[in-house]
Design a protein around this ligand. Structure first.
Ligand SMILES: CC(C)=CCC/C(C)=C/CC/C(C)=C/COP(=O)(O)OP(=O)(O)O
Ligand SMILES: [Mg+2]
Ligand SMILES: [Mg+2]
Ligand SMILES: [Mg+2]
Length: 330
């Protein structure tokens, strides 16, 4: 019996509209050629990778970025998803080795990578050698710091997978806020800014950032659940987490998530309103940064349906009618 589920229309009232960077088409060619030059995948896997159009995700996420920053955004999204493909399977030990390689390349981008090393080291090295030249020191520092949180959390995720651990909602969100990769992605929003740590670590800003990340988590977990459950990798997905903790069936879980999402939207708007003033120099930058957060939520949602990563060629239809048939387990 096929099971049909209905995705909640989560962003119906989200005030940030879809926007796309005008350099999308031109830079997609450059970033894709760069990524393909590493031969990170078999021909078939590379074709599947290209159908996901991670360049589109970057172009929606950084719609006003100048050319060089969009290139950085595209390269980062491509790099992230190479790492994701390499680490969604595999033991915690394998994932730890890969995490160490990319962090080493991030810390020493001028050093040649050792012969025979996994290619992800050279991808990261080249990425950061180019990108770090274009970032203010504060943003570059934030990027390196938060990328370490990302790689470490993906190792934790692999440990959970190895031991078949299903976390509680709170424990899941606490790891997922790092495995989703949003913090380094947000660092790109400040590549031209001098946002002091006091601003980024102000309690209201921290709450706003975490709320944004939770919205991205729900967005990705809803859209990628079908493919993740089919390949048995849904232990790290809010749907499974809620189902197990509250002993609910799938339809009830989707209602629960829909309500949680609505409360996050209200929280986002409240925190955005309550952000204090830091004076005439910083306020315009803080305003653009907050717009960047809100826009990221729309970008992720649009890309999830417009690319072929989660719904193949049916994405735009599913975006409208919201119904999908659960895939058989692989
Ligand atoms: C891969 C990564 C960390 C991307 C960072 C950029 C970013 C914030 C993307 C939006 C959400 C997303 C697709 C997260 C990956 O989750 P997942 O690992 O469940 O990815 P999947 O559902 O596409 O496999
Ligand atoms: Mg993953
Ligand atoms: Mg994944
Ligand atoms: Mg996912």
């Amino acid at each position: 019996m096929p099971r049909i589920i209905r995705l909640p229309d989560t962003l119906a009232t989200w005030p940030y509209p879809r926007r796309i960077n005008p350099f999308y088409a031109a830079l997609k060619i450059e970033s894709s050629a760069w990524l393909e030059s590493f031969n990170a995948f078999s021909l078939k896997a590379q074709k599947a990778f290209n159908r996901c159009d991670f360049n589109l995700l970057a172009s929606l996420a950084y719609p006003t970025a100048p050319r060089h920053h969009l290139r950085t955004g595209m390269d980062l999204m491509n790099l992230f998803f190479v790492f994701d493909e390499y680490t969604d399977q595999g033991t915690a030990e394998d994932v730890r080795d890969l995490a160490d390689i990319v962090m080493n390349a991030l810390h020493y981008p001028a050093m040649p990578r050792p012969r025979g090393e996994n290619i992800v080291g050279e991808i990261m090295r080249q990425f950061w050698e180019r990108a770090k030249m274009t970032a203010t020191p504060s943003a570059a520092h934030r990027f390196v710091e938060t990328f370490a949180l990302y790689t470490n959390s993906v190792v934790e995720q692999a440990l959970d997978r190895e031991h078949s651990v299903i976390r509680t909602v709170d424990a899941y969100l606490s790891i997922r806020r790092d495995t989703i990769g949003a913090k380094p992605s947000f660092a790109l929003l400040e590549f031209d800014m001098n946002l002091p740590t006091d601003v980024i670590e102000h309690p209201t800003m921290v709450s706003l950032i975490n709320t944004t990340i939770d919205l991205l988590i729900l967005g990705n977990d809803l859209c990628s659940y079908n493919v993740e459950q089919a390949r048995g990798d849904d232990g790290h997905n809010i749907i499974t987490v809620v189902m197990v903790q509250f002993k609910l069936d799938l339809d009830a879980v989707l209602d629960w998530i829909s309500q949680f999402h609505d409360s996050l939207v209200a929280q986002f708007l409240m925190h955005a309103r309550d952000i204090p003033s830091w004076g005439p120099v910083l306020d315009p930058q803080v305003g653009l940064y907050i717009d960047g957060l809100g826009n990221w939520v729309r970008a992720n949602d649009c890309w999830s349906f417009e690319s072929e990563r989660y719904f193949g060629k049916a994405g735009l239809k599913i975006q409208k009618h919201r119904c999908l048939t659960l895939l058989d387990k692989i």
